[in-house]
Every structure is written in structure tokens, then in C-alpha cells.
Design a protein around this ligand. Structure first.
Ligand SMILES: CC(C)(COP(=O)(O)OP(=O)(O)OC[C@H]1O[C@@H](n2cnc3c(N)ncnc32)[C@H](O)[C@@H]1OP(=O)(O)O)[C@@H](O)C(=O)NCCC(=O)NCCS
Length: 180
């Protein structure tokens, strides 16, 4: 996988860079926000967020890909995380797109812009045939991001003990994507 090797990723408004120790405080504040965590089992404490960040760094080292910090290109403000991680479940290894943004950053198109850059980079890698996303059926904002990226629901899975739709996009479907 090549996501890490290609960082920092730059888009019109954003910079995506590996999550480092300087991002832990805003990351923890985001994951402690009950509104951001509405569709997750619960909010995270600071030690849990620190452990989550350390696991992310281990994933970078093991797989060369993972969730990245999303920063505003002009101000450097931490807006959230977005990236593609390697996940094994149901007897298969998947590339999974994920994104979480601070409440202040919602409604600006940042999640779609960041996710598109991550998919573009991932599909540049000759080995990546498809990418999935696991989204709760109730999580309408996340579904709208997936739809804007031309992802489609292909099955249902139990993840973190909760029913999720498994969305998917192939390299071919992503090619030539123009955002609406
Ligand atoms: C999922 C999540 C990232 C979606 O955030 P979002 O702000 O709705 O998505 P985007 O950043 O792509 O912004 C798109 C919205 O901004 C609007 N927008 C405003 N200005 C825009 C601009 N300049 N460019 C593009 N879109 C713009 C769009 O119309 C769109 O609104 P709509 O979805 O109501 O039609 C956010 O809800 C979140 O962080 N949730 C908590 C964590 C979570 O659930 N993660 C997903 C787990 S599966």
C-alpha cells in the first residue's frame, strides 16, 4: 500500500498527513464528543484515544496505510481524520475507508474531498482492486459521503456488535469520478 509513502496528500483546501503526537489532543477532543460518536458504541476517554493513535501508528508501520490527520491547508487547524486501513474480517482482508470530522468542520465538503484524495491515491497502487466502508444504516451523513464517492452497498455485516452496511467501490467505478 502506498498511502503513507504519498503523504502529505494535498487537495484544494486540505492537507492529509500521518497522525502524530501533536494531533492527539484535538483527535481526543473529537472522539470524546458524543455528537461525533452518535453512531459508535460510545465516546472515548483520553487514554483510549492515545491508545487508538498508537494502534494507528503501528498500522502505518505494518501496512503502509491508515487513517491520516486532515488539516485545513490555510490555517493548519485539525479538522478530523480520513484514510484507508487494512482490516481482516469474515475470512477476508479488506481495504476500509474511514473518516471522522469535528462538528465545526461538518457541512463544508471536507470529508468527501479528503476521502476522494485517499481513494485516488489508493487506486493508484496497482494492488488495490476495491475499497469498502462500514456504515451504520442510520448514519445518513456518512452514507451521503459514500454516495458522492460512487460507493454502493454490497452486503450487511456485524461490526463492533452493531449492524453495518458494507459499501464498496471498485477501481473501475472510481475512475473518472467527478464530484457533484
Ligand atoms: C460522516 C461525516 C464525516 C460527514 O460530514 P459532512 O460534513 O456531512 O460531509 P462532507 O464534509 O462531505 O460535507 C458535505 C456537506 O457539505 C455541504 N457543503 C457545503 N459547502 C460545500 C462545499 N464548498 N463543497 C462541498 N460540499 C459543501 C454539502 O452540500 C453536503 O451537505 P449534505 O450532506 O447535507 O448534502 C460527519 O458527519 C462525521 O464526522 N460524523 C461523525 C463520525 C462518523 O460517523 N464517521 C463515519 C463513520 S462510518
Amino acid at each position: 500500500m502506498s498511502l503513507l509513502a504519498r503523504t502529505p496528500l494535498r487537495t484544494a483546501r486540505l492537507i492529509l498527513t500521518p497522525l502524530d503526537a501533536t494531533h492527539v489532543a484535538p483527535l481526543a477532543a473529537m472522539l470524546a464528543d458524543p455528537v461525533v460518536m452518535t453512531y459508535f458504541p460510545r465516546t472515548m476517554t483520553l487514554p483510549e484515544s492515545e491508545a487508538w493513535w498508537r494502534r494507528t501508528v503501528e498500522r502505518y508501520e505494518r501496512h503502509g496505510t491508515g487513517l491520516l490527520a486532515v488539516l485545513h491547508a490555510d490555517t493548519g487547524v485539525f479538522l478530523g481524520d480520513c484514510g484507508v486501513q487494512v482490516r481482516t474480517f469474515g475470512g477476508r482482508t479488506h481495504l476500509e475507508l474511514g473518516y471522522h470530522f469535528t462538528r465545526e468542520a461538518w457541512g463544508c465538503g471536507y470529508a468527501t474531498e479528503a476521502a476522494r484524495a485517499c481513494l485516488e491515491t489508493t487506486f493508484d497502487d496497482a494492488g488495490a482492486a476495491g475499497v469498502i466502508a462500514l456504515i451504520r444504516p442510520e448514519n445518513q451523513p456518512s452514507q451521503r459521503v459514500a454516495r458522492r464517492l460512487r460507493m454502493r452497498v454490497e452486503s450487511g455485516v456485524l461490526h463492533l456488535g452493531l449492524v453495518h452496511d458494507q459499501w464498496h467501490i471498485s477501481r473501475e467505478a472510481f475512475a473518472g469520478l467527478t464530484l457533484q
